[in-house]
Design a protein around this ligand. Structure first.
Ligand code: DAH
Length: 337
């Protein structure tokens, strides 16, 4: 019997095998008790003595080769179809979908408000969160004895007492006016910091949007018109506005601006404290002392400024009663926006 011929036959038999059952059949055909290899081994004693050793070796080598080939084939079969059954893998089952993120509600409100102002021709400018004491206070006509300068009301940088975490976005007024000549119309979104105890309406970090416009002949009525357009775009055309006299060091005259309560429409409810009005921002005509600080001639230029808290606007718009919800990263909250 030609050993080489047998080997070729084995290889072709194995290559046709696609199931474990067929593989077993091949194994029996060659390695079984009545298999071809048993037959070859049985033929050895009938050979001339001098041929027996060499033939025996060849038969042994063939056997080892065959065992290897069968083991290899077994592996191949295992790694293909049969693995599905073994691990109970169901390819028809729906997969685990990647969840899509979304834009944070505070960022959405900032984008929405900035878009309202850019449509009116305002530019968006940003300033640093670490500010100089000068830009945050002195340049804005905030006197030395003003309580907001106190360490209890401002985060000063340790070892750098002239630097602080800005307590409002107003210092960007000073930066922008020093860098550019009028006319200018700018909105400034950004984070601000105050060492407030955290509760449902206070955080040590929140967001503001500052706005200001400077040119010749800018009047309080320009401020009123622009703020009304802004408030109606955000809260709806039917809301009313009211300007209450107030004091800010960097504006004169100054006002706090309210909108009619969006819940009770002005009748009085628990959200507006029965007043019918909700405060949304501070505003006024830029103080001549601020113009002097930045090198503008207050005889020639006038302008207005306003500043609002973004979280407060978002809370009013969406009826959210706890400011902490914005920053807890709770997907049940965030998914609603
Ligand atoms: N900077 C003020 C604050 O944080 C808000 C403000 C009020 C800004 C009046 C202004 C303004 O520009 O005119 O409380």
């Amino acid at each position: 019997m030609d050993i080489n011929l047998i080997q070729t036959q084995i290889e072709s038999d194995l290559s046709a095998v696609t199931t474990a059952v067929a593989l077993e059949e091949v194994r029996v055909k060659y390695l079984g008790r009545k298999g071809l290899l048993a037959e070859l081994t049985g033929a050895i004693p009938g050979l001339p003595v001098e041929q027996r050793g060499a033939f025996g070796k060849e038969v042994n080598a063939l056997k080892n080769k065959l065992l290897n080939l069968i083991a290899e084939k077994e592996k191949v079969l295992k790694n293909s179809g049969s693995v599905l059954k073994k691990e109970n893998l169901d390819l028809g089952m729906p997969g685990i979908a990647q969840e899509l993120g979304s834009i944070h509600p505070i960022t959405q409100i900032i984008d929405e408000i900035c878009a309202i102002f850019t449509r009116m021709g305002f530019s968006i400018v940003r300033g640093p969160e670490i500010e100089t004491e000068y830009n945050n206070f002195t340049g804005l006509n905030i006197p030395l004895e003003h309580p907001s300068r106190d360490a209890f009301d401002t985060f000063y940088l340790k070892n750098y007492s002239k630097f602080l975490l800005r307590s409002h976005t107003s210092p960007v007024q000073v930066r922008a006016m020093k860098a550019h000549k009028p006319p200018l119309a700018i909105v400034v979104p950004g984070r601000v910091y105050r060492p407030d105890a955290v509760d449902a309406s206070h955080l040590f970090m929140f967001h503001q949007i500052e706005g200001f416009l400077v040119d010749e002949n800018i009047k309080f009525s320009d401020l009123k018109g622009i703020l009304e357009l802004f408030a109606k775009s955000v809260f709806g055309q039917e809301i009313k506005m009211r300007f209450r006299p107030h004091f800010f060091p960097f504006t004169e005259p100054s006002a706090e601006v309210d909108i009619s309560c969006i819940i009770c429409k002005g009748k009085g409810c628990s959200v507006c404290g029965r007043k019918g009005w909700l405060e949304i921002l501070g505003a006024g005509m830029i103080h001549p002392n601020v113009f002097k600080q930045v090198g503008y001639n207050p005889e020639k230029y006038t302008g207005f400024a306003f500043g609002m808290g973004v979280e407060r606007i978002a809370m009013l718009k969406y009826g959210i009663n706890d400011i902490r919800l914005f920053f807890e990263n709770d997907l049940r909250f965030l998914k609603q926006f």
